[in-house]
Design a protein around this ligand. Sequence first.
Ligand code: UDP
Ligand code: MG
Length: 327
Amino acid sequence: MDISVIVPLFNEEESLPELTAWIDRVMKANNFIYELIMVDDGSKDRSWEIVKSLRGQYPAIQGIKFNRNYGKSAALNRGFAAAHGEVVITMDADLQDSPDEIPGLYRKIVEEGFDLVSGWKEKRYDPISKTIPSKFFNYVTRKLSGIQLNDFNCGLKAYRLEVVKSVQVYGEMHRYIPVLAKWAGFSNIGEQVVQHRARKYGETKFGLERFVHGFLDLLSVTFVSRFKKKPMHFFGVFGTLSFMMGFFTTLYLIFNKIYCLYQHMPVREIVDQPLFYIALVAVVIGMQLFLAGFISELLVMKNDHSNDYLVADVIENEVTTEGPVEG
Ligand code: UDP
Ligand code: MG
């Protein structure tokens, strides 16, 4: 199979027939063998009936329906698990992404050797309340992840099959799949300018809360991927620094006091000095951070998945299946 197209959908009944017909047209024109995996994320409208009825006409359709709305990430994750195609393409159901981009994306993966190619809606047809915050997001994500993409959250992306089998998309991590892919070891990430269109039917499923959630997810995706296996490297450094600062300040206060007493100089009570309280807090915070790091480290050790490294290649002896030769 050449291509698996994964379409997460939530209340998109009006768009589905048009989308399906268009994808099928593009696939036939390019002689691609494909499957179209529709993941119905608990739609309340007639989307699922429409998927089922379309299957009669387009046997390439595979359907998965959630019993409730789990979110776009869950839908993609489930679609990834079901995919078989050499190249996996994800695409929104709302006709904002154009199926005409599929052959170009496919070629970039197969011929140019990219692991992941993300669409870039260079010219966007979305309200300004969405485009401006999105610029900021993309900038921060670029800085934190080191991946040079202009449009991380573009729904239209293409992947090599092993990439989608190696990333776990959960929560609202669908915005950061390129970051997850990079951390899984697939760093050949490309970008392709794609056409974008205004939403034709229905309305957007993500409101303003997308920015709050997006920001928190960005923190966890960068933090977790960097320190998941070694939490002590984060907490330990700050904890030790803070503890040292407090410790040496306290030493200074004590020696200062002794020295002044000895020289018969006027000196304030230690508890009268602001520095004392700062040192005290620094020592306590330092211990806390150190303990947090230590406890996380123990958790990581206990965790069964902590050694789930992805194996890129294995060299092993050839096993002969032939029995003893008679004669
Ligand atoms: N979607 C989904 N589950 C959700 C929300 C959205 O499967 O909980 C799908 C939706 O049907 C669409 C895609 O995700 O196919 C992108 O959603 P939308 O167009 O609302 O997002 P926007 O384009 O406004 O970022
Ligand atoms: Mg949309």
